[in-house]
Write a protein that binds this ligand. Sequence first.
Ligand code: SAM
Length: 336
Amino acid sequence: MRRLRNITPRQAILLAGASILGAAIGGSALTGHLGLALAVLGAVLAALAAGLVLVLHRLGTLGREQRKSQREQRAVLDQTQRRVLGAVEQMLLTAGDRHRELTELLATQQKAAANGTDRLLRAQTGEVEALVQLFQGFSPRAPMPSSGGFALNPTDLLDLLHLIHTRQPRLVLELGSGTSTVWIAYALERAGGRLVSLDHDPGYAEKTRIALAAHGLAEVAEVRDAPLRPVVVDGRTFPWYDVESVADLREVDLLLIDGPPEKTGKDARYPAMRVLEDRLADTATVIFDDAHRQDEAEALRKWVETIEGLTEEGEARGRHAVLSYRRIVRQLTPAE
Ligand SMILES: C[S@@+](CC[C@H](N)C(=O)[O-])C[C@H]1O[C@@H](n2cnc3c(N)ncnc32)[C@H](O)[C@@H]1O
């Protein structure tokens, strides 16, 4: 009975029709109308057979649709599988390429590092050789302050002392005091000249004075406090050594430009040749440290381009460039 309550309206109609037909067949047979009963029964059987054919046809259609859907699903699955495999293959190829690239990069960097180490070792050897020559050339009377870093490298110092030995300057002017001041003072003590060194920093100036005194070189070299003041050169204002500190100097035979430090401003050393050209002897040597740095390289290029009689002596050696200065004196013509 519970099942009967769950049947659809269509099934209820069919059930009612079947009951009516059953009742009609039973009623006809019981009332002696056998022919009618048989006829209704035949019609019922024919209807059942037609229904069966319809159901079979429907089942066949459903089966075909199901197979078609399965084929389509398989095709989609195949396609998805192919795509996934393709993507994985591509990823493997890319990973392989990346691995090769990284391996090559690593090999290049290893080679560069090895070259860098090799260059560094060669440079170190050069510095050690220069240091040995410096100490063979002079026997300092007290421990020498360190070279390198802010101070000149041994190779630069060796070249500087050789220039002093060969050119015998009477007056050397140094911009930026330190270890180099002591070495120059030893060279001038032997060659018979004197050194004036400017320092913008009173602390470093004092440190250099103490070192000079410890080496007994205070008679040969003097460190002057020269605070940075605004100086106008080529229409630009630069913080540069107080020009009063060199007001008494004439005939500088050798000028070493190793200050102010770059942190004091852009093109920190550019004013040097502009301000000091008048203080140089008619023939002088200029040593410009850190000439490889961008600001200094640019300053060097401009000086050589615009200062008559100033020429660079060959390639830069170590970190410094050597320049020759020869004053050009023009004869005034009556028209001038
Ligand atoms: C390039 S250094 C001069 C070095 C000097 N000509 C030498 O070879 O020893 C220029 C200026 O930097 C300052 N200075 C020196 N050593 C320094 C350091 N370790 N740190 C910061 N400034 C320093 C000093 O005032 C010096 O005058």
